[in-house]
Design a protein around this ligand. Structure first.
Ligand SMILES: NCc1[nH]cc(CCC(=O)O)c1CC(=O)O
Length: 303
């Protein structure tokens, strides 16, 4: 009997997403639930909660231990929020599949819209993108660090530690918190590259796992997230970088929007490109944005 081991982080959101992958694999291959083992891997990012990720080593904090377990053969595949996966991955690891993307927007919790926040309100976030985008619209806000998993952040908000916060709609919805917060339109706040997408990685030389996962790949999600990640790669951006991106697919035409900001949100540049799937849209948009970026923005992205 086939057994398949799926590695995942242990946060409630990570476990929910790993269960979605398990359900998709069972549906695609006619497996029973007990044929897919969820193997919980504790990551540095789960342990360190008091500093911004960018400060202590970035996205690798979420992927390093899962990469190790994957390459050591302890698991057959690793489930990730694609938003947390580094732009440059080891050559030995392949992104084999993505689940259909959820709501890509951020939700604001604490006010109906950014404009409704009281003057001088305190916004809790540790995302450079959310901080810069909110300061762009509301330079009067005070932004403070807020970390922890989704439930922890909501508890800190309820305890009055901050007046408002932003969380991905995808995470809230998957955790059964669809009523929490108000979605901010993407025209006002372009999401993080890959927000709302769950990806599954395997060893590049494991053709069995590659084929099994191909059966659950959502091609439109994969194409869009790949374009957003290509923009990050072309910008040499990392999790310190205030960058937003969103691709959408209409028939064979892929559209990619992007926004780069200075850390204080006082400067920004936005742009969009369109083309056929397979065209290097990320490179084109990166070149266009960098050419037009005001100095305080370009300095953050100069390779
Ligand atoms: N950086 C943490 C993280 N990684 C993925 C999600 C939510 C799910 C997603 O965006 O796919 C979150 C929480 C958040 O940003 O609110």
């Amino acid at each position: 009997m086939i057994r398949f081991r799926l590695g995942t982080r242990g946060s409630p959101l990570a476990l929910t997403q790993a269960n979605m992958v398990r359900d998709a694999l069972c549906a695609a291959h006619g497996w029973s639930r007990d044929q897919v083992d969820l193997v919980v891997i504790r990551t540095t990012g789960d342990r360190v909660q008091d500093r911004a990720l960018a400060e202590i080593g970035g996205k690798a904090l979420w992927t390093k231990e899962l990469d190790r377990a994957l390459l050591a053969g302890e698991i057959d595949a690793a489930v990730h929020s694609m938003k947390d996966v580094e732009t440059v991955r080891p050559a030995t690891i392949a992104i084999a599949a993505m689940l259909p993307r959820a709501d890509v927007r951020d939700r604001l919790i604490g006010a109906a819209t950014p404009a409704d926040l009281p003057a001088g309100a305190t916004l809790g976030t540790s995302s450079p993108r959310r901080r810069a985008q909110m300061l762009r619209h509301r330079p009067d806000l005070t932004v403070v660090l807020l970390r922890g998993n989704v439930e922890t952040r909501l508890a800190k908000l309820a305890a009055g530690e901050v007046d408002a916060t932003l969380l991905a709609a995808a995470g809230l919805d998957r955790l059964g918190r669809a009523q929490v917060g108000a979605a901010v339109p993407t025209d006002l706040m372009l999401p993080a590259p890959a927000q709302g997408a769950v990806g599954i990685e395997v060893r590049r030389d494991d053709s069995t796992a590659l084929v099994r996962l191909a059966a659950i790949d959502d091609a439109p999600t994969h194409v869009c997230v790949a374009a957003e990640r290509a923009l990050l790669a072309a910008l040499r951006a990392d999790c310190h970088s205030p960058v937003a991106a969103l691709a959408s697919l209409a028939g064979e035409t892929l559209s990619l929007r992007g926004e780069l900001l200075s850390e204080d949100g006082a400067h920004w540049v936005e742009g969009a490109v369109e083309g056929a799937v397979g065209e290097p849209l990320g490179d084109r948009l990166a070149a266009d944005l960098l050419a037009r970026a005001p100095d305080p923005v370009r300095r953050l992205f100069a390779a």
